[in-house]
Write a protein that binds this ligand. Sequence first.
Ligand SMILES: *Cc1c(COP(=O)(O)O)cnc(C)c1O
Length: 482
Amino acid sequence: MTDGPDATLDPDDWTDIRALGHRMLDDMFDYLEGIRERPVWQEMPAEAKETLRAPLPRHPGSLADAYRSLQDNVIPYTVGNPHPGFMGWVHGAGTPVGMLAEMIAGGLNANVGGRNQAPVEVERQVSTWMAALFGFPESARGVFVTGTSIANFMGVVVARTSALGRDVRAQGLAAHADLRAYASTEAHGCIAKAMDMAGFGTDALRTVRIDAAGRMDLHDLAAQVDADRRNGLRPFLVVASCGTVNTGAIDPLAGLADFAHERAMWLHVDGAYAALGMLAPDVAPLLAGIERADSIAFDFHKWGQVPYDAGYFMARDGDRMLDTFAAPAAYLQRAGRGLAAGTAWPCDVGPDLSRGFRALKTWLTFQVYGADAIGRSISATCAMARHLAQRVAAEPELELVAPVTLNIVCFRYVCADAERVNREIVLALYDEGRVAPSATTIHGHYAVRAAIVNHRTGPADVDALVDAVLRAGRRLSQPATP
Ligand SMILES: *Cc1c(COP(=O)(O)O)cnc(C)c1O
């Protein structure tokens, strides 16, 4: 780096950074190749936290030193989702190809808000692929965002504009306190948050009962919508869960599509992790009806194994996205040729202006592995869940607490004081570091929850979970020795 008028942040001589960069790349391959030898998670020691709390560095430091600090203080202490023993929450594992795509995207540093450039075309190609995958018409359009939380927020806002017209963008919701949306009691918390952020308030979201399998009860939905109508309110949106985060239940999508059509309501599908089940021949039939949704939110970073973050919003009529997000004066005046050419840029169909080349890691994942291989890994996670469910069923000390639809298994250790014991089992497993489930509450009972999303998770990992729960359960359910 040079001081003075020629100063840039580039090195004068690229030799050292190149050599160190090659080592970092090798280290990250070693990291992924050896992932099984590490604990899935370990507590970050106080010294590591202390090191990171240093004040803002004002002067140059060496990259080699900073890298050493990363290796000591950061790299060993991440949440652990690439590890095959990670079964907590619904987190994807990532791939080495995805990692390389991130490096290339970082080097290019393209701002993919729009303009006449190949990254916009790459993103458009993913949109075309997804429209075909979900059976959407050519009018459909998709756009990358951080995650399904934001994609669901977009769903609420697009449904709003669709119900009220573009004027709502200027006038706001003050005159529309009568709008109501509907989602099941099992809907992800980000749906209520989206209603809050969109200015409706969470009270405008009705919660609909579920059946024994965790799916939205259509009768209860109809009863609530019709009662609201009779009371002069205006039902405008149904949010279906396609793979609930708790148990993987899929709301009756075809029935919901009929219902929404009859009532002229917008059907948005929160398919955060399970919508990509369309890639798996044994899962796709369970999603029948999704092709009739008005919009879908999902993540490539969960079942798609694309590195974080790679959320996606798609509407069957892309013009609704333009109606909601484009500043017409800007996008109608685009140049006919040159760098500023093209209409309907990504910034016209979503909330972001500046945005990275998120599409690359998804595009490269499909190029290299092929969509069928992603589909096979999705099927494999469901097979692992069935294996886990069978092992749980075969152990008298364990019981399943929810039906297994896809890849999520909720179970518990049966004993006196089961709430406390199961809570401590999960904590004990985190300390051991071989497997990491999460926990949830089903029908008021605390349960161990294994969400198998990771393409690396195999039978040995599932067996390790069962064995570890049994071991911890036996130990923790013993009466304390005086
Ligand atoms: C993960 C998840 C979300 C949130 O998605 P993010 O990508 O974490 O923002 C929403 N709904 C469901 C069903 C999920 O599984």
